[in-house]
Unconditional design. Structure first.
Length: 266
């Protein structure tokens, strides 16, 4: 079962924002529309959703206007019971993240990780928050000098074991509203050691271009990455790609990648 929530339709004016829930059954290949009730979240896109047991945890997100410079940002937390389909707004404790969108997230044990994201000014955050789903308590992960990463938005995040990974990501905009570009690296966070490690492709490998907003999954010891917005540098235009990249981790802080070029016919 695949679960979908909300989103913003950006190719119409004004941009429409949604807060509905859809289900795609991977066995029957059919869509369904469950009737939800309770404290239904406001319409939003660029939020995070993570499933733990029979509950989905929804955090943050927002909606943008036509200029992409104004809108609404959220930092609230909701849970959706996947049996009763009841929404509940969570009363949280501790140091809560600021309102943000396009952040990364994953679950390790009973901890929800929220990393980075951005706002309407083009600023992106370098902070990492941990949310204990048992106590409903936020905490800010404090790094030693030199152990953190730059602010990143629109990066794909996932957890494998006790490690949290970020794939590529957008570096935001400078004070003159110039695009600062994107990354082509994989970042690995060791939560216990409170340290990020940057995993790089070989120097002569040109397949993994700088990009953000990719989709990826981990299967059979490899990451399979699709699409994204390519941004080579702040002076070059951004464009959308349909590439499929396979990433093979290695024992050293590097990885090898392959390009999949046998696309199905349209």
């Amino acid at each position: 079962m695949l679960l979908f929530f909300g989103g913003q339709i950006v190719n119409i004016c004004p941009k429409e924002v949604c807060n509905d829930v859809f289900i795609f059954n991977t066995s029957t290949l059919k869509w369904s529309y469950p009737k939800v009730y309770g404290d239904i979240p406001s319409p939003r896109g660029w939020c995070s959703a993570n499933v733990v047991g029979n509950k989905m945890f929804l955090f943050g997100g927002g909606s943008f206007n036509e200029s992409w410079r104004e809108g609404t940002l959220c930092n609230d937390m909701y849970t959706l019971d996947l049996i009763t389909w009841e929404w509940t707004k969570v009363v949280t404790h501790g140091t809560q993240p600021s309102p943000r969108a396009a952040h990364s997230s994953a679950i390790i044990n009973d901890i929800l990780i929220i990393q980075g994201g951005g706002n309407f000014t083009g600023a992106v955050y370098d902070d990492t928050f941990l949310f204990n789903i048992r106590t409903m308590t936020w905490s800010l992960l404090v790094f030693e000098p030199g152990c953190n990463i730059p602010g990143i938005g629109s990066s794909f995040g996932c957890a494998i074991g006790n490690y949290f990974f970020l794939f590529c990501g957008w570096l935001g905009m400078d004070e003159e509203s110039n695009n600062k570009g994107a990354l082509n690296t994989v970042m690995m966070l060791d939560i216990e050691k409170k340290k990020w490690v940057e995993l790089r492709p070989p120097p002569d490998d040109k397949l993994l271009k700088n990009r953000s907003a990719i989709t990826a999954c981990f299967y059979g010891g490899r990451w399979y990455c699709f699409g994204g917005i390519k941004m080579e540098s702040k002076s070059s235009p951004a464009w959308i790609t349909d590439e499929v990249i396979v990433i093979q981790p290695s024992k050293t802080p590097n990885f090898t990648i392959k390009n999949v070029d046998n696309y199905p016919s349209e």
